[in-house]
Design a protein around this ligand. Structure first.
Ligand SMILES: [Zn+2]
Ligand SMILES: [Zn+2]
Length: 279
């Protein structure tokens, strides 16, 4: 395997979260078992095997590797990928790909799908991804990956299998849909983006930005620039219902030891051991 980009891993039950994120450097995540990834700031070589990608916004540290991803899949004779991105960006990214096609002299086959806040994507019968708005300096989306199942309605619970089948054949809807939020990805946002989308607090795994951690860094300025501070997590610590919270996208001004120290001082039990710092 070619190791061209740093990567961390966490196994969460049935899934593996893989990724890396530093503000203004590069951000990329994927969940191989769900065959999807978030953001394309850079691309570890074997991420090309994942066929669907969700881009939160068009800052370069989240987008720069998009052409590389498309080109590698073509070179390795994989199906063209489907890349979901904020709808304002589709025309521009298409133009960017045309320029690169000209420079690199290679085709860049992919499907670009524009998404607006409130829209959802059916990836399969079991998997749905919803998009919502975050608050950043450019329009930006957060994503929630839901597992959906159908459950038998309570009023039919006493019936036999045959009776249920007959009802179904006669056109009666015997089941209803339930959805469980598996993975939530905030992307870049001020705390408002989190507060406006409370599902993020309920997902099994939350991948979240924590760009600033030093007590001396002014929060009003950080929020104005569309980012989160460690104190925003302290203020909301009772709201996180997630099994795992992966915090990343730390500013390059901090040394990894500094990040660890500031966070452990502010949240000594690391949200009950659920908070992981990916530095
Ligand atoms: Zn960023
Ligand atoms: Zn950004």
């Amino acid at each position: 395997m070619i190791e061209n980009a740093p990567l961390q891993r966490l196994t969460c039950g049935r899934f593996t979260i893989e990724g890396y994120s530093r503000a203004a450097v590069q951000t990329y995540w994927r969940i191989p078992e769900l065959k999807l990834g978030f953001d394309l700031g850079a691309q570890p070589w074997d991420f090309m095997g994942t066929p669907s990608w969700f881009v939160s916004h068009t800052h370069l540290d989240h987008l720069a590797a998009l052409p590389v991803y498309v080109a590698r899949r073509r070179m390795m004779r994989m199906e063209p990928p489907v890349i979901y991105l904020p709808d304002y960006a589709v025309d521009w990214v298409d133009r960017m790909l045309k320029c690169i096609r000209h420079l690199d002299r290679g085709r860049l086959p992919c499907e670009l799908v524009g998404l607006r806040a409130g829209q959802e994507v059916e990836l399969s019968r079991e998997l749905v991804v919803t998009a919502a708005a975050t608050t950043h300096t450019v329009p930006s989306l957060c994503f929630v990956v839901w597992e959906r199942r159908r459950k038998l309605k309570a009023e039919f619970a006493q019936l036999t299998g045959d009776q249920i089948r007959d009802l179904r054949l006669s056109g009666t809807e015997v089941t209803y849909e339930i959805r469980m939020p598996l993975i939530a990805y905030l992307g870049d946002s001020s705390p408002q983006g989190l507060d406006n989308n409370p599902t993020l607090f309920d997902a099994q795994v939350l991948i979240v930005e924590m760009t600033f951690v030093a007590p001396s860094h002014r929060k009003d300025k950080i929020h104005k620039h569309g980012h989160m501070h460690l104190d925003d997590f302290v203020d909301r610590q009772s709201q996180f219902k997630n099994e795992h919270i992966i915090a990343s996208h730390f500013s390059t001004r901090y040394h990894p030891n500094q990040i660890q120290r500031f966070v452990e001082r502010a949240l000594p039990d690391m949200l009950g051991g659920r908070l992981h710092l990916w530095v």
